[in-house]
Ligand binder design. Structure first.
Ligand code: MN
Length: 263
């Protein structure tokens, strides 16, 4: 109490002194960094270049902070400029000087010897992330329309049932991996999970289909913002799904009856 009283007296003296000196008290606002400055500090996705090799970085189709608040800018920056760059450089290094350099990433995956762990991890990492970046958007979320909407209703019952299944698959994947929406050549949809950087195009991994939607459930995809709460990240992911891109991939896959290129 006594302390408070002293403080009030001191404040009073301060005001008096100021008024005597005719000093004006003005509110000073600490400027917040402009959005552009934040992006500058983060770096620009376009500046991330893979080492010389067969495969190049797919340009991120949005800024690092575009998916906020669902996926934070720092996670996107580290994920794209460190993890993804690492997969590409390692892939290029692994296939340098071999016949594989002439193949598409889909051809490499489909003809993969799964005993070749380095190629399996890095070819998978390259393909999986390209699909993942492309199936998200700041204008994402909601539900698909048209052909994909019809197929989801036919194969899962409803969009809500589809969401439950994808969520369960993503949350129950033990350790690092991916959850996928895949289609077969007839347009029938299913949801599958894979470990590490495996994906359904690879032979002999226990799941099949052409991926049309990829969900990264490695901790590096969410840990900075969500820590151990993978389920919160998975829930948030539904707000950024670029359904137009997913539906385009679905239509093209059935039309061509071939996996379409991610890059
Ligand atoms: Mn990842």
């Amino acid at each position: 109490m006594k302390k408070n009283l002293i403080l009030v007296v001191l404040l009073g003296l301060n005001v008096m002194t100021n008024s005597c000196n005719e000093k004006k008290l003005t509110e000073v606002q600490v400027p917040l960094p402009e959005k552009e400055e934040v992006n500058k500090a983060m770096g620009n996705p376009a500046d991330i270049i893979a080492n010389v090799g067969a495969f190049k970085m797919m340009l991120l189709p949005y800024s690092y902070d575009a998916l906020e608040p669902f996926i934070d800018a720092k996670t996107m920056e580290v994920h794209y400029s460190k993890h993804h760059l690492g997969y590409i450089n390692k892939l290029n290094e692994t296939i340098a000087g071999t016949e594989l350099e002439k193949l598409t990433i889909e051809e490499i995956l489909k003809s993969l010897d799964i005993e070749n762990q380095t190629l399996r991890n890095n070819a998978g990492g390259y393909y999986n992330h390209n699909l993942f970046w492309g199936n998200m958007s700041s204008k994402g979320g909601g539900e698909p329309i048209g052909s994909l909407n019809n197929a989801i209703k036919k194969d899962f019952g409803s969009f809500a049932d589809f969401k439950i299944q994808l969520t369960e698959t993503a949350n129950k994947q033990f350790g690092s991996g991916w959850a996928w929406l895949v289609t077969d050549k007839t347009g029938k949809l299913s949801i599958v999970g894979t470990a590490n950087q495996d994906n359904p195009l690879m032979p002999n991994i226990g799941v099949t289909g052409t991926p049309i939607l990829a969900l990264d459930v490695w901790e590096h995809a969410y840990y900075l913002k969500y820590q151990n709460k993978r389920n919160s990240y998975v829930e948030a992911f539904f707000n950024v799904i670029n359904w137009k891109a997913v539906e385009k991939r679905y239509d093209e896959t059935i039309k061509k009856e071939l996996p379409i290129k991610v890059q």
